[in-house]
Design a protein around this ligand. Sequence first.
Ligand code: AMP
Ligand code: MN
Ligand code: MN
Ligand code: MN
Length: 293
Amino acid sequence: MTTATAATDLLNADLHCHSQVSDGTLTPEGLAARAAANGVQLWALTDHDEVGGLHRARDAALAVGLNYLTGAEISVTFAGITVHIVGLGFDIDDRALREGLERTRGGREERAREMAASLAQVGIHGAFEGALQYVGNPELISRTHFARHLVATGVCADTSEVFRRFLTEGKPGYVPHRWAKLGDAVRWIVDAGGMAVIAHPGRYAFTPTEEYALFTEFIAHGGQGVEVITGSHNQADYVKYADMAKEFDLYASRGSDFHSPEESHTDLGALPYLPGQLKPVWEGLESRIIRPQ
Ligand code: AMP
Ligand code: MN
Ligand code: MN
Ligand code: MN
């Protein structure tokens, strides 16, 4: 390092993306190579409810010269709404974390069968088998795999249209699901030595009161971070959640939420830098960063 005095908010960190081990289309190795090619300096793979790709992600990151943090994105139900909590820098062999993730994944197959039954009622048959063709990890069948199938079979033009017409609340094909509890997910991460981060808060349909409750309860459970710069946020969200990070004294994170070269509008590392005057998550995770050599 020649620039020891450089502001650490000007770091191309990408701490949120998905591989074939959940609902991304690239391998962990493919993502690491793409991140490095795009100028990413610190990288984490955060598959949904799963750490099965992390050995490969670490080896690939180090091989292409990336600094690396462990990661996962845990599905939580809070006030009746699905919230995602990103964990960073935890010990991937922690038993309670592994068991918690396994339980969180557990209901996905049955939910997928119910989704297929519900789609069949509107004339779309064979969606379970169709979605399965896109699944890399049999425990991790997700709405994204249904979306890919419905695009491939010409039912919709793109995955956003599938979500709009079929896979969101109130639409045929949507099946409500009870995910992990907020406090459990935060504890699994924190007790495994990591930092819990509220993923893309701008995406949730909370009232201001509910959002305040999410932040205060998250912090009471030991949560310490919030995503400010993410592929899911617009300019107004950047400003709003930078303010919230300061108000609640949270570390700020940055991640593309990249899933696929064909589907994702934000590529790995292709995001604005964190705004100044925030505490970057990588400052709180310094000792957890794994470096090449
Ligand atoms: P699941 O965990 O099975 O409920 O699937 C959630 C995943 O669906 C998210 O992680 C996103 O990858 C994807 N997703 C959710 N909403 C949308 C949307 N409006 N457009 C495209 N993908 C979406
Ligand atoms: Mn996803
Ligand atoms: Mn998410
Ligand atoms: Mn994600």
